[in-house]
Design a protein around this ligand. Structure first.
Ligand SMILES: NC(=O)c1ccc[n+]([C@@H]2O[C@H](COP(=O)([O-])OP(=O)(O)OC[C@H]3O[C@@H](n4cnc5c(N)ncnc54)[C@H](OP(=O)(O)O)[C@@H]3O)[C@@H](O)[C@H]2O)c1
Length: 228
């Protein structure tokens, strides 16, 4: 499948590399491909500069947000929460129309320092904002409740654990669940929370996730839902 990953940070890179390894034709989107290709500064959270990662994954083509969205049949949004809307506007409403958009972003607001707050929160979510702004796009919020290395390799966390998804389009959720399954998630581990407004809940897991990371000192953990 032709898949576009919007975002050159650690999440975009991790998803793009995994999808490429699974045999998909993967492109990775950025604001300015020439500028991103010329970067010498490290990425966030101690990742190497983008060109270093790209040299190890030359088959993943780097293009503008608009170019990758036009190229792909399925799109993954892995951009910064504060910038997701701008990135998707750059991708283009027409290019995104009719496509499944798996949104893994979280609306973390670092403008007042650490810990980040959420914006939007409570009565709205970034997943809903994206769906409202792009009504012809089939938005599925998924995978945003765990570290990106766990997203693509659930075996990093021992035992059973879960991944949530939500969205308004059942066939889009089915497509997302299949892709998630191809990462190694057992079928029963995927929990469909219903329509896109459930993104409020999964995005609001972020403050707890950040505390858990502080408590454990690493990010290889996830939640397991037990129910009767
Ligand atoms: N870290 C994790 O394991 C994890 C887990 C779950 C969810 N998430 C979420 O995944 C998303 C990606 O996280 P990340 O750490 O990989 O990357 P990030 O640093 O949050 O975002 C990087 C991407 O955002 C784009 N961007 C930044 N400012 C922009 C602007 N003004 N307009 C358009 N695009 C802009 C960048 O574009 P350029 O390529 O042009 O620089 C880049 O592609 C975030 O929403 C995060 O909350 C992260």
């Amino acid at each position: 499948m032709r898949i576009a990953v919007l975002g050159t940070g650690v999440v975009g890179r991790t998803l793009a590399a995994r999808l490429d390894g699974l045999g998909h034709e993967v492109v990775i989107g950025t604001r300015d491909p020439a500028a991103t290709s010329a970067r010498t500064e490290p990425g966030g959270v101690g990742t190497p500069p983008f060109p270093q990662w790209h040299a190890e994954h030359p088959q993943v083509r780097l293009m503008s947000f608009a170019e990758v969205a036009a190229f792909a049949g399925l799109v993954v949004n892995a951009t910064s929460g504060a910038a997701a809307m701008a990135a998707l506007v750059a991708a283009g409403e027409a290019a995104l129309a009719g496509k499944v958009l798996i949104d893994v972003s979280n609306p973390l607001d670092f403008s007042r320092g650490m810990p980040p707050t959420l914006d939007p929160v409570n009565t709205d979510s970034l997943g809903e904002q994206i769906q409202r702004a792009f009504p012809a796009t089939r938005v599925v919020k998924a995978l945003n409740t765990m570290n990106c290395h766990v997203m693509v390799d659930p075996g990093r966390v021992p035992g059973e654990h879960n991944v949530f998804l939500c969205g308004n389009d059942d066939t889009a959720k089915q497509a997302a669940a299949e892709l998630i399954g191809s990462f190694g998630w057992p079928a029963g581990s995927v929990i469909d929370l219903g329509d896109i407004s459930a993104a409020r809940g999964t995005e609001m897991m972020m403050p707890l996730w950040l505390r858990l990371m502080g408590a454990f000192g690493h990010a290889d953990f996830n939640v397991h839902i037990q129910h009767g």
